[in-house]
Design a protein around this ligand. Structure first.
Ligand SMILES: C[S@@+](CC[C@H](N)C(=O)[O-])C[C@H]1O[C@@H](n2cnc3c(N)ncnc32)[C@H](O)[C@@H]1O
Length: 227
């Protein structure tokens, strides 16, 4: 996909507005996607890829995720964690969104390569947190290393809309969340259930060297109150 085509894709999806974020201008052509170059654009690169993806599954399982749970993976990227979730969850229970077209394409290819099509995952473009196309209420939501790449207006939009995508009692996990303040959560009817810091997590075993571990945290476990 050439630069102009990519620009066109963003314009169609987002309108004329400039969208903030380091991943908005990243584009990978077919060869780059086939080579797995998308791995180089996420923290930890190829080396940390599997472990950092698996960490996300292990964290949510430790906090109650079951195969019958439904999961909304917001800013799912090229399914670093998504392939693990899709394999674990029952068919039809994974939905991933991202605003980067190359990552969405890479994710869709990985689903085929990993033989996961029977799990009927949905991976699609997200127009800057409007959550159009999300027609169900999920048991779990995850924004792993996503909102830290967003500006305040985007985070506001996220919290204005995420509430209607979550079932009462659903849990939402947000990582790299030093910026998060309790009043942010009011519009989504979310409350803090737990806050995990580096000392609470076994990040060394999941591909994070010591100097990087503090940036992953806090990870918040939030719960959706009833509507
Ligand atoms: C560091 S990557 C993490 C990807 C994935 N959550 C993981 O841990 O493997 C951040 C992702 O968030 C996506 N992202 C950032 N801001 C976004 C926004 N406003 N709307 C949708 N996706 C966004 C990026 O395109 C990128 O795929």
């Amino acid at each position: 996909m050439g630069t102009s085509a990519f620009g066109g894709t963003l314009k169609r999806i987002f309108g004329a507005r400039a969208i903030a974020g380091k991943y908005t201008s990243l584009q990978l052509d077919d060869d780059a996607i086939a080579r797995g170059d998308y791995k180089l654009h996420l923290g930890g690169g190829s080396e940390g890829w599997d472990a950092r993806g698996l960490f996300q599954l292990h964290l949510l399982r430790a906090r109650g995720l079951e195969p019958s749970s439904t999961l909304l993976d917001i800013g799912c990227g090229p399914l670093r964690a998504g392939v693990h979730f899709i394999r674990y969850l029952d068919a039809g229970n994974y939905q991933g969104f991202d605003y980067n077209a190359s990552f969405v394409t890479a994710g869709q290819r990985l689903i085929a390569e990993h033989g996961l099509a029977d799990k009927r995952p949905s991976v699609a473009m997200l127009a800057d947190f409007d959550f159009r196309g999300v027609e169900r209420r999920f048991d779990y939501g995850l924004a792993f290393s996503v909102l830290n790449h967003c500006n305040e207006a985007q985070r506001k939009l996220f919290f204005a809309n995420i509430g209607r995508c979550l079932a009462p009692g659903a849990k939402l996990f947000i990582s790299h969340a030093r910026w998060l303040k309790e009043p942010d959560l009011a519009s989504a009817r979310l409350s803090i259930l737990n806050r995990f810091d580096a000392a609470d997590l076994d990040l060394s075993n999941y591909g994070w060297p010591a100097p990087e571990q503090r940036s992953v945290c806090p990870i918040y476990e939030l719960v959706k109150r009833s509507d």
